[in-house]
Design a protein around this ligand. Sequence first.
Ligand SMILES: C[S@@+](CC[C@H](N)C(=O)[O-])C[C@H]1O[C@@H](n2cnc3c(N)ncnc32)[C@H](O)[C@@H]1O
Length: 225
Amino acid sequence: MATTKQSLKSYGTKDPLVKYTVEHSIRHTDVQKKLGEETLKMERGMMLGAPEVLQLNQNLIRSIKAKKVLDVGVFTGASALSAALALPGDGEVHALDTSKEFTDIGKKYWKEAGVSHKVHLYIAPASETLQKFIDEGQKNTFDFAFVDADKEGYDKYYEQCLVLIRSGGIIAFDNTLQNGKVADAEEKSPHVVAIRKLNEKLKDDSRIEISFLKIGDGLTLCFKK
Ligand SMILES: C[S@@+](CC[C@H](N)C(=O)[O-])C[C@H]1O[C@@H](n2cnc3c(N)ncnc32)[C@H](O)[C@@H]1O
């Protein structure tokens, strides 16, 4: 199935090698393309997950035979849709966001893709929902988490996801390069400072194995020991 360039955020890149890798790997369904097109027309459309990141998530989900996924930061539903498409029929995506307006767009596409039954949406601050899961006894039952919500919350989400994810499961943090600003000591924006601190913490955290990838805006993969 051909992929329309308009639907892919990363085709807007100025980096010819990123453009090349995306042009030679992305496999979007028609519904994913439509969701991407509608999202990129929105004022805040650039919050859309990078296709190469979401496709890597899908491949990891398949490889570890995941059944239960956390999607922290849903927006218009692209990351939840890609996870749901990669999961088996009885798989579950637990999708957390504070915005009904954004996630209503996602609902439409989850339905069109025939995966609505797999996506469970929670409209509340993500730390509250994750704590609810912990209190309900869902510790060590999730296989994969994609964290892509408010950057100042990442450290809290990390600790909560570590409780919820099973040994051998993966926590993936998006935007861990912050357009390169993490490497600029003069940059003091709260979201950049928060990500820089998390990167420092993850580097030597003995509870995980780590891969820090220069893909999209930076993706850090934490493999729970
Ligand atoms: C970068 S977007 C997510 C993009 C999405 N993962 C995708 O693939 O297109 C960030 C989302 O996090 C949500 N968000 C911000 N603060 C939040 C919080 N405290 N709890 C839950 N969601 C939050 C926003 O409403 C927004 O939809």
